[in-house]
Design a protein around this ligand. Sequence first.
Ligand code: FBP
Length: 273
Amino acid sequence: MKHHTDSQIYRNGNSLILAYDHGTEHGPVDFEPMPKSSDPKHVFQVGRHDAVTAIALQKGNAEYYRNWEEENNVKDGAPLLVKLNGNSALPKREDYYSPKQCSVKYALEELGAEAVGFTMYAGSVNEDRMWKEFREVQEEARKYGVPVVMWSYPRGKGIEENDEYSGQKDPDVVAYGARLGLELGADMVKCKYPGRQEDWKQLEEAVPGFKTVMSGGSKRSDKDFLRDIHDTIEVGGNGLAVGRNIFQREDPEELLDKLEKVIFEGKDVEEAI
Ligand code: FBP
C-alpha cells in the first residue's frame, strides 16, 4: 500500500496546512491578539491564498466551512483536512488524551474531506488507547484513499518522568514521534520544532523520505518564523502546519506570500522577505 503523495494537500511535494482548531485546543484566548480571527469566515478567506494546500478544522467548523463555500459560491477554498480528534484545555486529566469526535466516514462522505488528521500523544498513559483509535482511523482512511496526517506530539508521564528526556521538545522525543508516524501508517507527521536545524536533521534521519511538516508554535517575527521553516526544508522537511503565526497577524497574506517562496519555490529567507 503506497503512501498518498498525489493528494491536493501537496504542491511540489510540500504542504502548508492552515490549522484552525485552536478554539478547541486552547480556547478563545488564542483569538485575543487578533479579534477578527475568532470569526471562522475570516480564516476561511485567508485559506484561499495559493500557498495554503489544506485547512485543518474540527468537525463543527468543517460543516461551517462547507456552508460558507456554498453560500458564497467559493470554488477556490483550501482543501479540507478534518481533524478527527481533539481536546480542550478545560479538564483535569490523569494524563494527555485526545478523544475522537468525528468518524472517517462522516469526514469523507458528509464533509467531503480531502484528508484527515489525528493527534497522537505517545508517552501518555493513554497511548495504548490512542494507538487503537489511530489504527481504526488509518485503516478506514485507506479504504477512501485519503492521506492521514498525524499531529505527533509525544508528551505526558512517560516523557516527563524519564530523566533521559528534557521534555516534549527534546530532539530524541521529537524524532521518536516522527518515527511512530511512519510505523503506525500515517502519510505525514506534524512535529514540534525543537529549535535547531540539527535537531530537525536528526528527525529526518529517523524517517528518510517520509513526509514531515513543522508545527507552527507561538507567534514570532516573520524573519524568525521563515528561518525555522527554511531550516527544516533544507534538511528534508516538507513544509508547515501553522495556526497562530498566520491568524494572529493583521495581514496574514503578507506572510503567506513569503512562506510560498520558501516552501514551494525553494527560496532563501533573504530572497523571500
Ligand atoms: P500553531 O501553529 O498555532 O502552533 O498550531 C499548530 C497546532 O498543532 C494546532 O493544530 C493545535 O491547535 C495546536 O498547535 C496544539 O498545540 P499544543 O497541543 O502544543 O497546545
